[in-house]
Design a protein around this ligand. Structure first.
Ligand SMILES: [Zn+2]
Length: 264
């Protein structure tokens, strides 16, 4: 209880500070998904980002000096996922490790594999800065490593990152489990047959990756997800309590312009 009170008081202090002007520039350059947020949501994103940047322990790896730009760019992408939720700042994640580029790990056969990010239950979120920046600047390709890893963090709130996410009521949670069975099965089949799909094939790894990959698509390609996987979109909308189709006017307009420009 005392800890909760202390945390609240500390957050109040953080939120009372003015947001540096440079942050708007970072958001504008690096977090394109924030471009079309209505003013009230934009203000909320900045406040969420402010707490996130201040509360997390940031650690640069392989000699990387974690700059304000890096913190704001990573934090704001993660906080887009919190716009529908009250008083939660990924409290279960205390440390963010930032590598300059892909993290090299030994795979089971000993050969090196390259990873853009990692999430550990009860541990840090690990991110490659170059991939985090790319994900923020390519807002509609369905790939976003920050959203992916923080989806794992949300998935871990029930004690394990196994793809069972927590809803307001058990009935909805059970519906999610049923839906994942079907959708995960479909994706596995498409992957086996080599068919390209809206959801990245990596989502066919296991239900946890399915949730992380679906979250990337939900935020970056919400119209496509809504049209192709209506029920999955609806469930994720219930989960995140936001509708990202409403944040995509610029993207939609640009796509229409490009379509009209095509030679007939
Ligand atoms: Zn993953």
């Amino acid at each position: 209880m005392i800890f909760g009170w202390f945390k609240k008081r500390r957050r109040k202090k953080i939120l009372a500070q003015p947001i540096p002007e440079s942050w708007a520039l970072h958001l504008n350059r690096n977090v394109r998904l924030s471009w079309d947020l209505p003013p009230a949501e934009m203000a909320r994103l900045q406040k969420l980002t402010q707490v996130f940047v201040a509360e997390k322990h940031w650690e640069g790896c392989e000699g990387l000096d974690v700059t304000e730009e890096m913190k704001v760019t990573i934090a704001a992408q993660a906080c887009l996922m919190l716009l529908g939720v009250d008083d939660f700042y990924f409290d279960n994640v205390s440390t963010i490790l930032v590598y300059p580029q892909a993290i090299v790990r030994a795979s089971t056969d000993g050969s090196p594999t390259h990873r853009a990010g990692e999430a550990w239950q009860g541990g840090p979120i690990v991110l490659a800065w170059n991939s985090s920046l790319k994900g923020g600047r390519n807002e509609d390709d369905g790939k976003n490593v920050v959203i992916h890893e923080f989806a794992h963090a949300l998935d871990g709130l029930d004690g394990e990152m196994g793809g069972e996410i927590v809803f307001d009521d058990d009935e909805t949670a059970a519906k999610w489990q049923e839906l994942v069975k079907v959708k995960f099965g479909e994706l596995c089949q498409a992957k086996e047959q080599g068919r390209s799909t809206l959801l990245d094939h990596y989502g066919a790894t296991n239900p946890a990756e399915f949730f992380a990959v679906s979250s990337e698509t939900f935020f970056e390609q919400p119209h496509e997800l809504r049209d192709e996987h209506t029920e999955l979109f609806r469930m994720l909308k219930l989960y995140y309590k936001v509708d990202p189709t409403q944040w995509q006017e610029t993207i939609v307009r640009r796509r229409e312009r490009n379509r009209n420009r095509k030679p007939r």
